[in-house]
Design a protein around this ligand. Structure first.
Ligand SMILES: Cc1ncc(C[n+]2csc(CCOP(=O)(O)OP(=O)(O)O)c2C)c(N)n1
Ligand SMILES: [Mg+2]
Length: 283
């Protein structure tokens, strides 16, 4: 797991190609949020997180990750496959009948790397907290990572969980918010403003890191490493990761339009032409 930055940057391009091809093949899925979170997933699984392969559901003695905003499954599945959890060829079954790669991740399909079912927004922080507390009871020093959409933060359960984690000093947890400013129907500002989220998280008792360059791989790695350094200090840690929905594909960037829409044949071609690699490893 010691890939160079150059190799990891190539991986981000390959993951973007996978996302687009997966969603295009079945004419459904969520490319926008997925593309925006590529650097986060690459940093996490390519550099920062300590995980064990082959996959074990127990997750003892290793860091674990929960995707709370389950609709961005394409970036999750591609990353898991590309780092060796399951065969890359299986990405071609995305959203097909009887596939292990359902539109939203499920545990009963036994896909390696998936530890919770998600898609119904708002639940992953609670699951992460439970796991973090279990790790403490077990004397397990490893960490729990969770990812959430900013629109997802409009769910009430999130705020109960935020309050609980700080009150119970769950300081082995790093929750990241995909702060892309967009959600299914428009901007988060327009649909239901989160207000001064940074201050709100701090007021709830969290250590808050804000990273403005969420699509700069090195910046994301640094933010995650910094977050790691903050663990064990009595407070849960949040990263507000400023990302761009649709990042990497010019006509998909910065709009909610591609939250849950597949590209046409011509659009796929145009998108892939923007994501070139010396050695393309499409499945
Ligand atoms: C409990 C719940 N309510 C509504 C939805 C429908 N839904 C799916 S994605 C989404 C938008 C969420 O916005 P955000 O978390 O910012 O994701 P992004 O659009 O940035 O990918 C909504 C409302 C859902 N999946 N779960
Ligand atoms: Mg969003």
């Amino acid at each position: 797991m010691s890939k160079s930055i150059e190799e990891l940057k190539s991986l981000t391009t390959q993951i973007r190609r996978d996302i687009l091809r997966m969603v295009h093949a079945v004419n459904s899925g969520h490319p926008g949020g997925s593309l925006g979170c590529v650097e986060y997933f690459t940093a996490l699984y390519g550099k920062v997180m300590n995980y064990k392969l082959p996959f074990s559901m127990e997750g003892k003695g290793e860091d674990v990750f929960y995707l709370s905003n389950g609709h961005i499954s394409p970036v999750f599945y591609s990353t898991l496959a590309r780092v060796g959890y399951f065969p890359v060829e299986e990405l071609s079954t995305f959203r097909k009948l009887n596939s292990r790669l359902q539109g939203h991740p499920t545990t009963h399909e036994h896909l390696e790397g998936i530890r919770m079912s998600s898609g119904s927004l708002g639940q992953g922080l609670s699951v992460g907290i439970g796991t973090a507390l279990a790790k403490k009871l077990d004397g397990d020093q490893s960490l729990v990572y969770t990812l959430h959409g900013d629109g997802e933060l409009q769910e009430g359960q999130i705020w109960e969980a935020l309050m609980f984690a700080a009150a119970k000093k769950v300081d082995n947890l790093i929750a990241t918010i995909d702060y892309n400013g967009q959600q299914i129907d428009g901007s988060t500002e327009h649909v239901l403003s989160l207000g001064d989220l940074h201050s709100k998280l701090e007021a709830f008792g969290w250590d808050v890191i804000e990273e403005k360059n969420g699509n700069d791989l090195e910046a994301v790695i640094a933010a995650l490493e910094f977050a790691k350094s903050k663990t064990g200090n009595g407070k849960p840690v949040a990263i507000m990761l400023h990302t761009e929905m649709g990042n990497g594909v010019d006509f998909m960037m910065g709009t909610h339009a591609w939250h849950g829409k597949a590209p046409s044949d011509a659009q796929l071609e145009s998108a892939l032409a923007q994501l070139t690699l010396d050695e393309v490893a499409d499945y």
